[in-house]
Structures are given as structure tokens and as C-alpha cells.
Design a binder for this molecule. Structure first.
Ligand code: SF4
Length: 336
């Protein structure tokens, strides 16, 4: 399905020799190819419309020249791992959730795939060797600013990183997704140092604010299959949105999820309320008069915007109590 969306592929000078370039071009034989000297000439142009480009996105194949791995930001979920890092194998995402901060972060709605995977693997090995807490693994989120599994049929980065992780005993990776792309995982053996992390939301939130993503049933179905095969699975109830009737909606949703999934097999879960960098939020609001979710009377808390303190407390107390009825407290990481 995603293959058909990309009518054009931009090829940055120098990407041809990379095996991943060949794989992607073979998978998109009908797309018109356009050569560019530097991917930023297309991606970073001024006065582009993110949302207009999302309706007909172009694919850009490029090389990442530096920064193959970043230290994780402090306000992000580290699940207690002190050697927390992330990388950017893709810029942008094939989905287009109303609350996504990428709309404010990137000038373009086009998708960039960095094809020089070897540089990422070398940088990861160096980071493992130099990690500040050698008694703990390097914890690397590889689907941090994107949804890598959703795009696996075109750029098979998950499978490649899983194989790489198998060979690195001090590496633990997280692949976060909303995808139901079972075919991408069906032939891959589970690795105990790979966490497959699904973001789950109530049906009404998916239908209204996570357009284009798989429905709740589809996500639950793939999670079940992965659990049956022995994968490590994390559930991310994040971002929780303060929609009308939020309390009943989210509580019913938790009950439904844990009726369908065996709680004892879940590695851990996160519970987080909607929050976003204030500058990105300001930029996004200018482009998105069509989504009511961005027009709540939010409060600024340091560099973030989030729900007012009283709402946050009330939401977290109520939903945490419900979640703890299904999962032990020590398996839940919360974010307000
Ligand atoms: S799946 Fe995640 S990265 Fe992709 S559009 Fe939605 S919020 Fe953004």
C-alpha cells in the first residue's frame, strides 16, 4: 500500500552504491527518479507546506553524514536505562497523527531514508564501548521520531537492526510503532534484547486523531502473535488525550486491552499524558486549525505545554489506578 504513495524518489548524489538503495528502488519500480546534489535542497527548502506534502509525499534517499546516534533527551522515556540513546534512520513518518510533533519539527512532509546503515552500526558499536554506565546495556530507540515498522516493506531497517542487535550482547533496542505489519516480522526470530513497543489508543482516538494508522483490533492481533512467538512487548498508553468522557473511554479501553492480551507476558508499559515542546506546538497550531485536540487551554510547564496541573493529577491518578489493576506498579512508567 505504501509503495503506491510515492510517485517520485529523489536520489542524493552518492547513494547508488549502498545495498539499501538498491533494495528500495527494486521495491518501488514505478516511481520517477530525480537526482539531487544534497537531500536538504528538497527537504529543507523554505515555504513548504507540511500538510499539503503529506497528501502526496515524495521519498528521498540520502546519506547521513554525522550524528548517527544521539543521547536521549531528559524529558523522554528511558525506562530506567541510564545509557539511553536514539537514532534517526528515517526523517518523518508515513502516518500523520494530529498530535504529532514532527509537523512542527520538519519543514517538509516528505520522507527521508538514510541508506548508509553501516555508519549507524559503527556509531552504535562505538557508543556501546564508550557508554557511561558500563554495567548496564546501551539502550537505543531506533523508531524514535518515526514509525520504522510501518515502512519496513520498503526500507527493511527493523530486520537489519534486529540482526545487528543479536550480535551485540550489550545492546538493547526499542522499536516503537502503531503498525500491524506482521509480514515484516513473520520471518524474523525473536531476540530477547529487542523490545517491540506498541502505542495503543482507544478506538475513538484512533479514528479521529490517528488517521491512516491500523485500528485497535489489528494492533492487538499483531501483539498477540508476537507474544506467542516470544517477543518482548511493551505497551505505550501515550499520549493520553483529554477527550470528552476521557475517564470512561480510557478505563474501558484498558479493560479491553487486558482481556485480549495476557498481562503476565507484557514486559512493561508507559502511561503518559499529552505534552509537547512549546515552540513546536506554536508552529503546529498555525497549520492545524482543523484539529480540536490542539485547542485545549493548555498550560506551559518549563519548555513543554501540557494539561493544567489539576487536570493532570486527576487524569493520572484515575488512569494509573485502573492500569495497576492489570499490571504490577513496577512495570508501569508514568509521564505527566
Ligand atoms: S505514528 Fe508517531 S511519528 Fe508517526 S505520525 Fe503518528 S505520532 Fe508521529
Amino acid at each position: 500500500m505504501w509503495q503506491k504513495r510515492f510517485s517520485h524518489i529523489y536520489l542524493e548524489d552518492g547513494v547508488e552504491p549502498y545495498p539499501l538503495t538498491r533494495t528500495i528502488l527494486d521495491r518501488l519500480p514505478g516511481a520517477t527518479r530525480v537526482r539531487v546534489a544534497d537531500y536538504k535542497h528538497v527537504f529543507a527548502r523554505r515555504r513548504q507546506s507540511f500538510q499539503a506534502q503529506k497528501r502526496s509525499p515524495k521519498l528521498i534517499l540520502a546519506r547521513k553524514k554525522d550524528n548517527w546516534i544521539y543521547p536521549g533527551p531528559r524529558q523522554s522515556q528511558d525506562f530506567g536505562y541510564r545509557n539511553f540513546y536514539y537514532n534517526s534512520l528515517l526523517l518523518n513518518c508515513i502516518y500523520n497523527c494530529d498530535y504529532c510533533y514532527l509537523q512542527g519539527m520538519y519543514p517538509s512532509g516528505n520522507l527521508v531514508v538514510f541508506v548508509n546503515e553501516g555508519d549507524y552500526f559503527s556509531a552504535t558499536k562505538r557508543a556501546i564501548e564508550g557508554r557511561p554506565f558500563p554495567e548496564e546495556p546501551l539502550y537505543l530507540c531506533i523508531s524514535y521520531d518515526t514509525d520504522l515498522l510501518a515502512y519496513e516493506n520498503v526500507a527493511p531497517y527493523c530486520a537489519r537492526f534486529i540482526e545487528f542487535t543479536r550480535s551485540q550482547e550489550e545492546l538493547l533496542i526499542e522499536i516503537r510503532t502503531k503498525s500491524a505489519n506482521w509480514n515484516a516480522l513473520a520471518e524474523v526470530s525473536p531476540c530477547p534484547r529487542v523490545i517491540l513497543a506498541w502505542t495503543l489508543s482507544p478506538r475513538s482516538v484512533i479514528a479521529r486523531y490517528e488517521k491512516q494508522t491500523p485500528g485497535l483490533e489489528q494492533r492487538i492481533r499483531i501483539i498477540k502473535r508476537c507474544l506467542d512467538r516470544g517477543w518482548q512487548v511493551r505497551l505505550c498508553f501515550d499520549p493520553v488525550l483529554r477527550i470528552d468522557g476521557w475517564e470512561a473511554t480510557y478505563k474501558d479501553f484498558f479493560r479491553e486491552v487486558f482481556r485480549a492480551l495476557p498481562a503476565r507476558s507484557i514486559r512493561d508499559a508507559s502511561l503518559g499524558l499529552f505534552r509537547m515542546n512549546a515552540d513546536l506546538f506554536k508552529r503546529i497550531k498555525k497549520q492545524r486549525s482543523d484539529s480540536d485536540i490542539l485547542y485545549y487551554p493548555f498550560e506551559r510547564k518549563s519548555s513543554l505545554i501540557t494539561y493544567p496541573q489539576a487536570d493532570r493529577r486527576n487524569m493520572l491518578d484515575s488512569l494509573q489506578e485502573e492500569l495497576e489493576a492489570h499490571l504490577p506498579k513496577e512495570k508501569i512508567e508514568t509521564w505527566v
